[in-house]
Design a protein around this ligand. Structure first.
Ligand code: IPD
Ligand code: CA
Ligand code: CA
Length: 264
């Protein structure tokens, strides 16, 4: 895709993201929370309205582009063909509901299966992370550089301990400097992007949880693979790690040792 065309799309998306600064406070003020599969699986009017708002934006500015997003059915979409936006309108909904902090909007733009633009908007902290294929990654317009090599013994790592067995957690505790988890796949991943975390693991992400991370990883020399060290299919997702180069092999060795990481 031509740089000018990419920049035009980026300008339009930036303008759309700016409109959220006005919309989100009102939505939070009138927040209505409902559950989906169980009492811990939350969705709010904030998630739904932001997604509808983006769908209207696409219809108006880029009518040939398709939206593949969490709060809709995506049966009719082949994510690997044409212009496709993968969206998590709120990643970290539990944090939004319980803390009104540590959530983000995730957007990944794919052209014939290739990631070309990615956004993670940390709205509560006013930080917009962006990656442009071939032109690097930025936070609020400031260039992000490849993080320094981190050895696992010096790294903080992040994962959901509820889905990993005790033996693996204890091996991780022994091998790493420490554990932290924000509770938003997008924001946990950005900590790796900035070199603050050595790795983030999610054992069951959906396409919208990891759509933007592909481009940040490729632009900044990070490893992003399945937990079997295979390439990830962005349209189906599945167990994943985004990692500093210095931690990836050791993390996978620990997660796959013995009977593996799964909690039965
Ligand atoms: C969730 C968050 C969470 C991760 C879950 C995701 P949601 O997304 O990213 O950190 O552990 O796997 O489903 O439901 O808040 O969009
Ligand atoms: Ca999510
Ligand atoms: Ca979500």
């Amino acid at each position: 895709m031509e740089r000018t065309q990419l920049m035009q799309i980026d300008d339009a998306v930036n303008a759309w993201l700016e409109t959220l600064d006005e919309i989100i406070p009102k939505l939070i003020n009138d927040m209505v929370t409902t559950t989906k599969q169980n009492r811990f699986d939350l969705v709010t009017n904030v998630d739904k309205t932001i997604q509808q708002h983006f769908e209207r934006f696409l219809n108006q500015h880029f009518p040939s582009h398709q939206l593949f997003a969490e709060e809709k059915l995506n049966n009719d979409i082949n994510a690997k063909q044409g212009h496709v936006w993968i969206m998590d309108p709120i990643d970290g909904t539990t944090n939004l509901v319980k803390q009104q902090e540590d959530y983000c909007i995730i957007l990944g733009y794919f052209v014939n299966g290739e990631p070309v633009l990615s956004y993670i908007y940390d709205y509560p902290h006013g930080q917009l992370y962006k990656a442009i294929k071939g032109y690097g990654a930025y936070v609020n317009g400031k260039t992000l550089h490849e993080p320094e090599m981190l050895e696992l013994k010096d790294a903080i790592v992040s994962y959901n301990p509820l889905v990993i067995n005790d033996a693996t957690i204890s091996d991780l505790n022994a091998a790493t400097f420490g554990y932290r988890c924000i509770g938003s796949c997008g924001l946990d991943s950005m900590r790796v992007v900035k070199g603050q975390f050595g790795a983030h693991v999610n054992t069951n992400p959906k396409p919208w949880d990891i759509a933007a991370q592909f481009l940040f990883a490729s632009e900044l020399g990070l490893k992003m693979t399945s937990l079997n060290n295979e390439p990830l299919d962005f349209s189906t997702a599945g167990p994943f790690i985004i990692s500093n180069k210095g931690c990836h092999a050791d993390m996978l060795a620990i997660l796959n040792a013995g009977d593996g990481y799964k909690k039965y």
